[in-house]
Every structure is written in structure tokens, then in C-alpha cells.
Ligand binder design. Structure first.
Ligand code: GDP
Ligand code: MG
Length: 594
């Protein structure tokens, strides 16, 4: 392949702005897919993605256009996967910025554009859905010029639905995006920017050759993982996988080495040859770091081993979540899991339930705190409230912060400020990107965002605001651990680390909730919320007077027996905490966020 004929690009778009539809049109126009085989959203893969309409991982594909080779490289469309986006962009020389002509640019898209600009990528901007009556391309072209400095008259206008302007867009890609650089005779350096697990072939990685040439019979060294692998197959996706003998500089394709562990072929990995290879890895590799944690427990305790197996299988396809066994007084045996973000957490949980048929309870999401205790120099990391050191020994607790970026119609700035303040956010900046739209930047604790911030933002702005975030370090905060006690025994699953100013509210909320959920016992049951031994809220479940059999008036024997049996069965699903019988259902309901 002649390097000057290659164009590597990624389509950056907000969810629903039409990336999948445009990709379909490109596949048709370049005759990559036989019309008889064409179906909607051709490149999207997982069921969950289709249903939710979000692309987490789609395929990368090579198409031909007027004597040129275009590699379309997919980037995930959600904030949780920012690192994956950065690795995909590292494989490109340019991006197509696709913006819905009836909506305008959104926060996540803007963030990815800044990333593209930082990486010196060429941006080809296009307004999509110009067939819609509500489309206002002039207005949004001006906005893009305003915020990104891309001249409005260079912005293309297309419709992925009707196909209008798609050929002109491909021409612009060829004209404006520079070809890759690289010498085929240099030592090999190829970037892995995505890996999936295939049950027959093992790990299949998407790669971009940066320098040198990758041959089908090479023996390889993975520089970050530090392993040696032999090539089993290399090839390109057209989108059907076609094996090739070699991939030169600038080429994008797939690599199969027979590797079984996807964690050994992470995004950002640099591949070189085992002999005479490169010694310096490509820039930008990061180990994925979980940001959000929760406990996952099977509702049926017998499913613990199934849950373990399912987690193992899921991990084959997603090396970015973590899990380790833990046990809880209230919930039995389960796993402490770590995720890149809230959506990632939901996806993993949903896949466990859907693909593996498990029923799960999840504890409230938490973040990772840095805790300094008396007599120790190093801070300890705590992601599970029940593992927080005793209050008396704690000197300081630091929590992770985010810098969030909200794009919103200007009429909602007031309500967003209110929301951010109530979540302990500090305003960093406010920019008007047009008279109607505002970009608001806040520094805010991650823990506050993890708690349904996104939903709150959407409902306050009728869905019009969009959100992007990046990690912004740790800072000390006035945090306390709130314990919930049942008959004086702490219930581990309900412990939470909370800002002091909100601890009282949490205590009140949980005790009230539990009073309604816990059935009456033979004695009064106190439900208390406590901070370091000090009670901050209290409710009581009053004792019941009669026991179950009393209802039968000593009459019908078989009915009595049935009742006893039923009671026994119910008991199995009861947990005994501080001599209090608590039905499993009470824990599930109490853990539900509202
Ligand atoms: P993605 O989330 O960016 O992949 O967006 P999709 O391609 O799934 O499109 C989201 C929705 O917009 C779907 O209902 C599409 O049918 C619709 N859509 C996409 N492109 C166009 C277009 O050019 N015109 C119109 N009218 N609708 C479009
Ligand atoms: Mg899509």
C-alpha cells in the first residue's frame, strides 16, 4: 500500500448525532458491503449498545475511495471511556467532527475535539441531518467557528439518512487530512488501540503501524506487557476480516497472536519485533484505573460460584474492570468491583444479568479515598466504606475530584449552578460560546457526580445539557463514615462515607427507609445512624404482639402446618443481624437509589 494514499480518521460525534447511520452510508457508497448484506448500524456490535443506542466498541474498517484507502477508526461515545478515545485518536491523522444540525455541538464532542487539536489532528467538520425541518446549519456552523475556530464556510453539510453530501465529505477527507508518515524499513512500532476476545481465536487486537513493517511471520515483543508473542494472523477489515502478508507504516488492521488474556493486549500497548526491535514505546500508555466501586452480590446465595465464573468470562472481553471476593454480614458472599465510571458499572452489571442470567444486588457506588491514620506516613486507599479505619485514628481523608464541563442552553445556567453548589462544586469558568449556549466548568468531588448527578442534570435541563469530565486530583475534605445500626449492630452494606454537612440527611433517610422495610419482631428494634459512635438519627420498629400461629385460633391443623412451612421457607431468605430477622428484600429495597 502506498503511504500517500492512506487516510486514517475517526468520526467524533455525540450520541445520536448520526455516526452509525453515516458509517452505513459510507460502507454503501464505497461498496465495502454488498447491498444484499447491508443492515442498519452495520458496524455496531453488542446488543446493549443497539438497545441503548450508544456505541461502546464498534469495528474499525478499511474502505476505498477514489484510489485512496480510508481507515475509519471507531472511538467510544461515552465519557467513561476517555482513555480509549485518546488511544484511538493516536492512530489517526484527522477526525470528522459530526454535529447534528438541529442540536449543535455537545460537551463530550467538544472535549474530544480539544483532544484532537492537542494531538495536531486535522478536523473536518460536518453538520449532519440537514434533511430535518428543524435543522439550522447556519446557526450551528457559526457556533462551531466560535468555539473551535473552524471557519464556518469550510463546514460540510450532509445527511446520513438520505446520503446527501456524503461523497463530498469523503472527498474533503482525502483532500484535507494528511497521509501518515513513517519509514517501512525502520524498526517496527505498532499501537494497539482496541482489543476484543473471540472465543475461537483468542484476543483480536486493532492495531496501527506507526513505524516499520509488520510481517505475518514475525515474532513480536509487547513492550509494556513485556511478553513475546508470535503472529498467528494479521489482516485488514473490509469490514470482513481479510488476512494479509504485511502491514506497512500508516496501515490499520488486526492482529491475532493466540493470546488468551486481553489484559496483556491493552489499548496503548506498543508492539515491536522480538529481534532488532524498537526499544522505546509509543507515548501515552496508561493502565486503566477504576474510579467507581461497588459490591455485587447474588440475590440467591447459591449463585456465588456462577457469579465468579461469569465475572471471569466477562473480563476476557473487558480488562478495565476489577473484582475481588468480599463478604458482607447483610448480603453474604459477593465481589467488590471497580469500574471506569457509572455507565461502565451499569453495563457490566447488565451484562451479568442478561448474558449470564444472574440476579444481583449492588451496593451504593463509592469512590476511592486516601486516608491518613495516626502513626503512619503513607496514606491508605479505601474504596469500601466498611473498611474505613476507626474514626479516632483518622487524621485526614482526601477524596478524588473531577473537572466537569457542562454545555447548556443559557436559560439553564441558574439551575445548573444550584445543582453544582448543592454537590459541593466550585465554579472554575463560564464561557458563552454563542448568545444561546454556555460552557460551564466546575471542580467537583467525584463522589457527588457518582450519585445520580447526570440524571439530575438532565432532568433540570429537559435533557438539553451535556456533560464531560476529567480527573482532577485529590483534595482533603471533611468526610465522615456514617454507620447504620440495627439493634446496635452495624449493617455493613449501609455504611457510607459522606461529607459531614450531609451526614445527618443520609442518616435520616436510611433510618426512615429501614423502619418501613423491617418487619416487626418480638421486641422493639432500634434503627440508628451513627458517626464514630455518636448517634445522629434514630427510628424504632415497634414489637409485634401476636405470633403467626395465633391467627389460626388453634383450629385447622393442616393450615397451621402450611403456615409453619411457609414461615420456614421465608426464614431461609432472612438474614439475622443483631438478633433481628431481616428479609433479603429489605436490603435490596434500601439499597435502591432514589
Ligand atoms: P449515533 O448514536 O451517532 O451512532 O447515531 P445513529 O446513527 O444511531 O442515529 C441516531 C438517530 O438519528 C437515528 O434514529 C437515526 O435514524 C437518525 N439519523 C441519523 N442520521 C440522520 C440524518 O441524516 N437525518 C435524519 N433525519 N435522521 C438521522
Ligand atoms: Mg452509534
Amino acid at each position: 500500500v502506498e503511504i500517500n494514499k492512506i487516510r486514517n480518521l475517526s468520526i467524533i460525534a455525540h450520541i445520536d448525532h448520526g455516526k452509525s447511520t453515516l458509517s452505513d452510508r459510507i460502507l454503501e457508497l464505497t461498496k465495502a458491503v454488498d447491498p444484499r448484506e447491508m443492515r442498519e448500524q452495520y458496524l455496531d456490535s453488542m446488543d446493549i449498545e443497539r438497545e441503548r443506542g450508544i456505541t461502546i466498541k464498534a469495528q474499525n474498517v478499511r474502505v476505498n475511495w477514489n484510489g485512496h484507502i480510508l481507515h475509519l477508526i471507531d472511538t467510544p461515545g461515552h465519557v467513561d471511556f476517555g482513555y480509549e478515545v485518546s488511544r484511538s485518536l493516536a492512530a489517526c491523522e484527522g477526525v470528522v467532527l459530526l454535529v447534528d444540525a438541529s442540536q449543535g455541538i455537545e460537551a463530550q464532542t467538544l472535549a474530544n475535539c480539544y483532544l484532537a487539536i492537542e494531538n495536531d489532528l486535522e478536523i473536518v467538520a460536518a453538520l449532519n441531518k440537514i434533511d430535518l425541518p428543524a435543522a439550522d446549519p447556519d446557526r450551528y456552523a457559526a457556533e462551531i467557528e466560535n468555539v473551535l475556530g473552524i471557519p464556518a464556510d469550510s463546514i460540510l453539510r450532509v445527511s446520513g439518512k438520505t446520503g446527501v453530501g456524503v461523497d463530498a465529505l469523503l472527498d474533503a477527507v482525502v483532500e484535507r487530512i494528511p497521509p501518515p508518515k513513517g519509514d517501512p524499513n525502520d524498526p517496527l512500532r505498532a499501537l494497539i488501540f482496541d482489543s476484543i476476545y473471540d472465543q475461537y481465536r483468542g484476543v483480536v487486537s486493532s492495531i496501527r503501524v506507526m513505524d516499520g513493517t509488520l510481517h505475518a511471520n514475525d515474532r513480536l515483543r509487547f513492550l509494556q506487557a513485556g511478553t513475546l508473542q508470535s503472529v498467528e494472523e494479521i489482516g485488514v477489515r473490509t469490514p470482513v476480516q481479510v488476512s494479509v502478508e504485511k502491514l506497512g507504516p500508516g496501515e490499520v488492521g488486526y492482529l491475532i497472536t493466540g493470546l488468551k488474556d486481553i489484559g496483556q493486549a491493552r489499548s496503548g500497548e506498543t508492539i515491536t519485533t522480538a529481534e532488532k526491535g524498537a526499544t522505546v514505546a509509543l507515548d501515552g500508555y496508561l493502565h486503566p484505573k477504576p474510579m467507581v466501586f461497588c459490591g455485587l452480590y447474588p440475590i440467591d446465595g447459591d449463585e456465588f460460584e456462577d457469579l465468579r465464573e461469569s465475572l471471569e468470562k466477562l473480563r476476557l472481553n473487558d480488562a478495565s474492570f476489577t473484582y475481588e471476593p468480599e463478604s458482607s454480614l447483610a448480603l453474604g458472599f459477593g465481589f467488590r468491583c471497580g469500574f471506569l465510571g457509572l455507565l461502565h458499572m451499569e453495563i457490566v452489571r447488565e451484562r451479568l444479568e442478561r448474558e449470564f442470567g444472574l440476579s444481583l444486588i449492588a451496593t451504593a457506588p463509592s469512590v476511592e479515598y486516601m486516608v491518613t491514620v495516626a502513626g503512619s506516613v503513607d496514606a491508605v486507599l479505601v474504596d469500601n466504606p466498611s473498611e474505613m479505619p476507626a474514626a479516632q485514628s483518622i487524621i485526614a481523608i482526601s477524596e478524588p475530584f473531577l473537572k466537569i464541563n457542562v454545555l447548556t442552553p443559557s436559560e439553564y445556567t441558574g439551575t445548573i449552578m444550584e445543582l453544582c453548589q448543592s454537590r459541593r462544586g466550585e465554579m472554575v469558568n463560564v464561557n458563552y460560546i454563542s448568545p444561546e449556549r454556555v460552557e460551564m466548568i466546575y471542580r467537583i468531588p467525584l463522589a457527588e457526580v457518582v450519585m445520580d448527578f447526570f440524571d439530575a442534570l438532565k432532568s433540570r435541563t429537559k435533557g438539553y445539557a451535556s456533560l464531560d469530565y476529567e480527573a482532577d486530583g485529590y483534595a482533603p475534605s471533611d468526610l465522615v463514615k456514617v454507620d447504620i445500626l440495627l439493634n446496635s449492630t452495624p449493617v455493613d452494606a449501609f455504611s457510607a462515607i459522606i461529607h459531614k454537612s450531609k451526614s445527618y440527611d443520609y442518616g435520616r433517610k436510611m433510618t426512615t427507609k429501614l423502619r418501613e422495610l423491617i418487619p416487626r419482631q418480638l421486641f422493639d428494634v432500634p434503627i440508628q445512624a451513627a458517626v464514630g459512635g455518636r448517634i445522629i438519627a434514630r427510628e424504632t420498629v415497634k414489637a409485634r404482639r401476636k405470633d403467626v400461629l395465633a391467627k389460626c385460633y388453634g383450629g385447622d391443623i393442616s393450615r397451621k402446618r402450611k403456615l409453619l412451612e411457609k414461615q420456614k421457607e421465608g426464614k431461609k431468605k432472612m438474614k439475622n443481624i443483631g438478633r433481628v430477622e431481616v428479609p433479603q428484600e429489605a436490603f435490596i429495597s434500601a439499597l435502591r437509589l432514589d
